[in-house]
Design a protein around this ligand. Structure first.
Ligand SMILES: Cc1cc2nc3c(=O)[nH]c(=O)nc-3n(C[C@H](O)[C@H](O)[C@H](O)COP(=O)(O)OP(=O)(O)OC[C@H]3O[C@@H](n4cnc5c(N)ncnc54)[C@H](O)[C@@H]3O)c2cc1C
Length: 501
């Protein structure tokens, strides 16, 4: 096999990419691409945990299905949800066999917590609130022992290479200067979320919607882009300049924290008296938006002052330490919080094996629309989705690769290379998305944003430039446009898509 030829190309080293790579037949040659450092992923940031009924009790599985359907306004695909829930136990077991450790009690039994929208305690966690980083550290250790897997860091996939409706690899830019094709019989997009399209997000700044942009340019089907979840409790500070906001996991509310408005009133009783602070995220974020609007402010408070600071420090070491550095002690101080973009529920359409409408192209993780998420996403279902669909993509590849040929019928195009930084364009995209395509939307704002994004996209396409920033900005513009157009088309309010006219 030549230098840049692989059996499988996996774009992304988050949980979906790593788990898929580890489940590809070890006799196949795998290339794993990471746009920057291998651990700069949303998966590393996950705090709460992985939803999983860790037993064979069918009635508990049914409850997990019911909670997921209800939280997502019943417009998700029940078949996909059932597939996710029924494969949770076996898939998480595989993760544990690879050496991942979850928190246990003194009898060696798993500790489970509860999060918004879940009717039982079914969230497995690791290191208290360090689930993502523990899982990713462990999987990276295993990946590095596998001789069939080659990791390319600081290598950005620019475009898929497509010949006769078959994807045969991708063009890449390594360290900002080497531009070359990587050929593969099968390609998996595992590029994660889209947070950087907004002005404030809990996501890693790598999340510029690259997988969505690439797939869109290649003609893949993309669905439900209007459903963008805002997490209710990102730490608020008026001095932060980065788009990225620190997340305070929902599990803090799961353990008993309240939400107060600026007048110190516990307001969730007005919006969801039964589930209160543990209502699904769309309901809580919309309630916070309303309270901020009514009280002329841009944040509310997370109240843990009725809880034991020592317990909070032990249960949530990451959150405790970060808040302390910002001057807030959990258990003693009110913590200012505001909603921020968190998760894309829609994405590139796949079947239950991760296959798309383009031959040999698979998608797993947050960039996929598998049918599991509907108008919202139930907390802690997304890491599970990375595992289940990462595994099934790999399984399908193992079973079908022998029928797939290499195709090299492609010559790379020379492109100009200018040192533009695209900062004003990125800011403009974020400003319009925050103003008109976030928690509350209306026809006029959406149309205005669509026109602005059309112009940005046209100009970017007209003047291609061989830099990481150019491609990221193009992906951001196209992803933002897909979200805006879908939001314009859906006139009703449902889940995290709230239309006021
Ligand atoms: C702060 C935070 C907390 C969360 N907590 C939870 C939780 O407790 N439970 C839960 O279930 N979910 C949680 N989520 C959601 C969950 O973490 C993500 O949905 C999930 O990790 C996505 O995994 P992924 O593998 O799809 O993508 P990621 O983990 O984001 O990985 C994306 C990868 O793609 C690479 N990439 C992107 N573009 C390119 C390109 N063009 N070329 C090459 N590489 C590229 C990146 O470098 C990266 O390696 C949380 C999310 C955040 C942001």
């Amino acid at each position: 096999m030549a230098k840049n030829e692989y059996d499988v190309l996996i774009i992304g080293t988050g949980l979906a990419g790593l788990f898929a790579a580890l489940n590809v037949d070890p006799n196949l040659k795998v290339c794993l691409l990471s746009k920057t450092a291998v651990k700069s992923t949303n998966s590393m940031l996950a705090q709460g945990g992985i939803a999983c009924e860790y037993n064979d009790d069918k009635s508990l599985h049914q409850k997990h299905v019911d909670d997921t359907m209800r939280a997502e306004s019943y417009i998700n695909d029940e078949k996909a949800v059932r597939f996710l829930v029924e494969n949770a136990f076996e898939t998480v077991k595989k993760l544990i066999e690879l050496g991942v450790r979850f928190d246990i009690d003194k009898h060696g039994e798993f500790l489970f917590t509860r999060e918004g929208g879940h009717s039982t305690k079914r969230i497995l966690h690791s290191g208290g609130d360090a689930t993502g980083s523990n899982v990713i550290e462990d999987l990276n250790t295993v990946v590095r022992t596998r001789n069939n897997i080659k990791i390319h860091e600081n290598t950005m996939a620019l475009d898929l290479i497509k010949v006769n409706n078959k994807v045969i690899g991708a063009t890449v830019l390594e360290n900002e200067d080497k531009h070359y094709p990587i050929f593969a019989k099968k390609t998996i997009i595992a590029t994660g979320g889209i947070g950087s399209v907004y002005g404030s997000t809990t996501n890693d700044l790598n999340a510029t919607g690259d997988g969505i942009g690439m797939a869109y340019r290649a003609g893949a089907l993309i669905k439900n882009m209007e459903f963008v979840q805002f997490h209710p409790t990102a730490l608020y500070s008026e001095y932060v300049t980065s788009r990225q906001r620190f997340l305070i996991t929902e599990a803090v509310r799961g353990e008993g924290a309240y939400l107060l408005n600026i007048e110190k009133e516990r307001f969730m009783k007005k919006y969801d008296p039964e589930r209160m602070e543990l209502a699904p995220r769309d309901i809580v974020s919309q309630a916070i938006y309303r309270e901020m609007y009514d009280t002329w402010t841009d944040h509310v408070y997370l109240d843990t002052t009725h809880m034991d600071p020592k317990y909070l420090e032990k249960r949530f070491p990451t959150v405790f330490e970060y808040c302390k550095k910002q001057g807030y002690i959990l258990g003693l101080d009110l913590i200012p919080v505001a909603p921020a973009e968190h998760f894309l529920c829609g994405g590139i359409q796949t079947d239950l094996s991760g296959r798309t409408n383009i031959d040999n192209l698979y998608v797993a993780g947050e960039s996929a629309y598998t049918g599991v998420h509907g108008a919202n996403r139930l907390a802690s279902n997304s890491l599970l989705e990375c595992l289940v669909f990462g595994y099934y993509s790999a399984k399908d590849i193992n079973e079908t690769i022998s029928e797939t040929e290499y195709i090299h019928d492609f010559h790379i195009k020379e492109l100009p290379n200018y040192n533009y930084n695209y900062k004003p364009i990125r800011k403009k995209i974020g400003d319009y998305m925050d103003e008109h395509v976030s928690i509350v939307r209306n026809e006029q704002g959406l149309s205005l944003t669509k026109n602005v994004l059309d112009d940005i996209e046209k100009n970017l396409v007209k003047y291609p430039n061989l830099t990481k920033y150019y491609y990221e900005t193009l992906n951001m513009a196209q992803t933002a446009k897909l979200i805006t157009c879908s939001a314009l088309e859906r006139k009703e309010s449902i889940g995290c898509h709230l239309r006021i006219n």
